[in-house]
Design a protein around this ligand. Structure first.
Ligand SMILES: [Zn+2]
Length: 102
């Protein structure tokens, strides 16, 4: 199990896969690089999330449909694992993620 606690600590317990760790790191990236004042990345992310909700496409997992935070974390982990496959699945999100790596 892997999760981020209230104090922004990533907690790893028991058997944890690499993807779980990247997913939790993504939550930290979300807080530090998305949810920042005077930056429109969060609105771009919301637009992409809402477009996926509308079409039912561009989700890497069922869990990614939970909310925009989980959507971001699941996309981030999928992009880190295979950016080419992810770009085919959700190119607007791939573009947003590439922008964060600058
Ligand atoms: Zn999560």
């Amino acid at each position: 199990m892997a999760y981020t606690d209230g104090g922004n600590n990533i907690v790893l317990a028991g058997k944890v896969g690499e993807n779980n760790i990247v997913h939790e790191v993504a939550h930290a990236v979300y807080k530090r690089k998305i949810m920042i004042p005077r930056d429109d990345t969060k609105y771009k992310l919301l637009d992409i999330f809402h477009a996926s909700q509308k079409t039912g496409r561009g989700f890497v997992s069922t869990y990614a449909k939970t909310d925009v935070d989980e959507f971001f974390a699941e996309c981030y982990a999928a992009f880190a694992q295979d950016s080419v496959a992810f770009t085919k699945l959700n190119s607007p999100m791939a573009k947003l993620l590439k922008g964060l790596w600058k």
